[in-house]
Design a protein around this ligand. Structure first.
Ligand SMILES: Cc1cc2nc3c(=O)[nH]c(=O)nc-3n(C[C@H](O)[C@H](O)[C@H](O)COP(=O)(O)O)c2cc1C
Length: 201
């Protein structure tokens, strides 16, 4: 086994930080937000997950104050759209650093669809989306207690969109949606196969 402390890895063995390759697959938070001034934004966040089902809470973490976290904090709203195999190139295109106010929807040639309860729209072609209201913004600290500049934005899911064609016998066929997930480096995975395993009684 190789053991190392993250800040002092042997760069001959690991020229690149391997941590993201070890926490894989990470679902992609494809996050749309609107600023207080009405500027629209869309960007992918792989530090994203669901943290609770009741109340339903999801969150994304921003490595520094980026537009998504800034806008979500300003307005208290964000929308998550599922990134899928079909939308992979467009999802990647929305990671471009555009000037504030220049829409990533337009840049990635994506249609938006209006939300019902919040201002940011969802990605129309995505098979699932959550409308969210911000509940907490956690300033992630390092061991010395100092603010790391990382912002974990948590939100309560207030509205859920699911494309009917993926609903079969009361269940969502998530493998048929082919969600993509992030690994390390420039790696991704795609969920096409699932297995069932009932929990022990
Ligand atoms: C698949 C993918 C996942 C990403 N995950 C994160 C992340 O978790 N946190 C982060 O700060 N940036 C992440 N990025 C980079 C941001 O998407 C990128 O900095 C983007 O320009 C931020 O946009 P914004 O300023 O409009 O919010 C990711 C990029 C890609 C392609």
């Amino acid at each position: 086994m190789i053991f190392f402390e993250p800040q002092s890895r042997d760069r001959k063995i690991f020229p690149h930080d391997p941590i993201k390759a070890l926490v894989t697959p990470r679902p992609i938070g494809w996050i749309s937000t609107v600023s207080a001034k009405g500027e629209l934004n869309l960007a992918p966040y792989s530090y994203f997950n669901a943290f609770s089902s009741s109340p339903p809470i999801v969150g994304f973490s921003s490595e520094g104050d980026k537009d998504s976290s800034t806008f979500a904090v300003q307005t208290g709203e964000f929308v998550w759209s599922m990134a899928t195999w079909e939308l992979r190139d467009q999802m990647n295109a929305t990671a471009a650093s555009l000037a504030r106010g220049e829409s990533e929807f337009k840049h990635a040639r994506l249609e938006s669809a209006p939300s019902r309860l919040v201002r940011p729209p969802r990605v129309a072609a995505s098979p699932a989306a959550f409308e969210c209201r911000v509940t907490e913004v956690v300033k992630l600290k390092d061991l010395d207690g100092r603010d790391s500049g990382r912002r974990l934005v948590l939100g309560r899911v207030v509205g859920i969109h699911v494309a009917e064609r993926f609903v079969r016998q009361g269940r969502v066929d998530s493998a048929a949606m082919r969600p993509i997930a992030r690994g390390g480096y420039d790696e991704y995975s795609v969920v096409e196969q699932v297995f069932s395993m009932p929990r022990p009684a």
